[in-house]
Design a protein around this ligand. Structure first.
Ligand code: NAD
Length: 497
């Protein structure tokens, strides 16, 4: 069986593992590799290497840093099939979805190629006679990225291109079920000419994360994962003096108003609820149907969802793969059973789905639940599976109360043909990313990504301009040159001689 080792100082690194984690193929349910779990000395080694490399990398001119980013961008393009195959094998999503996540991640590399523009400072001359002020932004030092299983390439790419382009060294802790894309990323950075030690991968479990959160050599942490862990990361990291951004879970709602084009809405809702088996933080698990359209909408979504071809991600024509583990499948089936017992209508039932030849895989078919009672956990918990919950509301105001009354605020959408209502929703809704007839309003990478409330702890969103702010510190410099004649806008300069 293949062993997956860390990537430290520009090379594979075994170190002194404290354990091994089986890496399963969710389409078969079988372990296909073993991942080494880093011991304390392994993390110490990575931090030492990163700190040393960062001191030099921070001095590299912007032209050199952007050159590396241009080469890395091309290498990711050249290797995207290989990367996608690794993602399919460990995550289970279908191949075109894996290619899609790499393309969305690569957008951050595009942004990082123009980091010189993002790092321009400000300048004011003659704030006092002969005194000028300018600002620069400097890297923080060694930053760690702790990532979830569901986007093994894209989520780390929200972080490392900007962290590295701004002059930091980066230590990536991938999720244990999906580590291989991270290791290939290390190989590609080396080929792109990034000095050894600037990008490192340390694999491990919650103990490894605890050590990252308290390690004195790590200056900042970007976390993406579930909300309970985001709280641990935020509390522990900040109490150990680190800059932290912690993106948490989600339970995105879309309001569908009665004037919406219901066929258009149904197609988009189906794609948003069931793409990647619902294992996206920007998936759409909840629809609030307003004004008696719920059952009609549910029927139309069903017509799209029942045509989705479910199977192993590399198979021709497959549109939806398995969920990540057997225990995730069991939990999701339990939530559907519970909703049914509470009186929800099961419009489309994916519980019994079997993929021939892949009986051990963690497959579930798309499931549509209509008229779900609000107290059902399938409505108010993050399901992270291929389940669409439809709840009913009489008015826009009642629907908005549901959207804003839940603890998460990652994405939210509205389907309507009324521009005035859409505009009102943009202002009313308590979420970080809002879609108007767009069910997955993930911003392009030159904007920043992030939710509100329990979906993001910390002050800055990730990637884009806020990513640059997160990975750099501002410095304001006030200068005077007393040996020169004072020069002001109102006085002409006269030479002494
Ligand atoms: P997770 O929180 O279980 O794990 C995330 C990372 O934290 C992993 O690297 C894991 O090893 C580590 N970890 C897990 N438990 C820990 C603990 N008790 N202490 C310390 N570290 C721990 O998340 P997941 O299941 O890998 O990913 C799915 C979650 O991520 C969902 O909640 C999803 O909404 C969220 N997510 C959010 C975004 C976003 O942008 N807000 C994006 C992608 C995923």
């Amino acid at each position: 069986m293949k062993t997956i080792v860390h990537w430290i100082d520009g090379a594979p690194y075994e170190g002194n593992p404290v354990g091994r984690h089986p890496v399963e193929n969710p389409a078969t349910g079988e372990a296909e590799a073993e991942l080494l779990m880093a011991g304390p000395e392994d993390l110490d080694h990575a931090v030492e290497v990163a700190a040393r490399a960062q001191r030099e990398w921070a001095k590299a001119p912007l032209s050199q840093r952007t050159e590396v980013m241009f080469r890395m961008r091309q290498l990711v393009l050249d290797h995207q099939e290989e990367l996608a195959e690794l993602i399919v094998a460990e995550h289970g999503k279908n191949y075109s979805d894996a290619i899609g996540e790499i393309q969305r991640g690569r957008e951050t590399l595009d942004f990082a190629t123009s980091i010189n523009a993002a790092l321009k400072g400000e300048f004011s001359y003659d704030v006092s006679r002969g005194v000028d002020v300018h600002t620069i932004r400097q890297p923080i030092g060694v930053v760690a990225g702790i990532c979830p299983f569901n986007f093994p390439a894209m989520v780390p790419m929200w972080m490392h291109p900007i962290a590295i382009a701004t002059g930091n060294a980066f230590i990536l802790k991938p999720a244990s079920p999906t580590p291989s894309a991270a290791i290939l990323t290390g190989e590609l950075y080396k080929e792109a000419g990034l000095p050894d030690g600037v990008f490192n991968v340390v694999c491990g479990d919650r103990e490894t994360v605890s050590r990252i959160l308290t390690h004195p050599g790590i200056d900042a942490i970007s976390f993406v994962g579930s909300t309970p862990v985001a709280h641990v990361v935020q509390d522990t990291g900040t109490s150990h003096g680190k800059r932290v951004q912690a993106l948490g879970g989600a339970n995105n709602h879309a309001i569908v108003l009665p004037d919406a084009d219901l066929d258009f809405a149904a197609g988009h809702i189906s794609a948003a609820a069931f793409g990647a088996a619902g294992e996206r933080c920007m998936a759409l698990p909840v629809v609030v149907a307003v004004g008696g359209i719920g059952s009609d909408l549910a029927r139309r979504v069903k017509a799209h969802a029942e045509r989705i071809k479910v199977g192993p991600g590399m198979h021709e024509g497959v549109e939806m793969g398995p969920v990540i583990t057997g225990s995730a499948k069991k939990r999701i089936v339990g939530l559907i059973d519970d909703a049914e017992q509470r009186g929800a209508t099961v419009v489309l039932d994916g519980r019994g789905l079997v993929v021939p030849g892949h009986e051990g895989g963690h497959f579930l078919g798309p499931t549509v639940l209509d008229d779900v009672p609000l107290e059902a956990p399938v409505y108010h918990e993050e399901v992270f599976g291929p389940v669409l919950t439809i709840v009913h509301a009489d008015t826009y105001d009642e629907a908005l109360r549901l959207v804003n009354g839940q603890p998460f605020g990652n994405g939210a959408a509205i389907f309507t043909n009324d521009g005035g209502m859409a505009r009102r929703f943009q202002l009313d809704v308590e979420a970080g990313m809002v879609g108007v007839n767009v069910p997955i309003p993930t911003p392009v990478a030159y904007y920043s990504f992030g939710g509100w409330k329990e979906s993001l702890l910390g002050d800055t969103h990730i990637h884009g301009p806020e990513g640059v702010r997160f990975y750099t510190r501002a410095k304001a410099i006030t200068s005077r040159w007393p040996s020169e004649r004072t020069y002001t806008a109102t006085m002409s300069f006269q030479r002494e001689d």
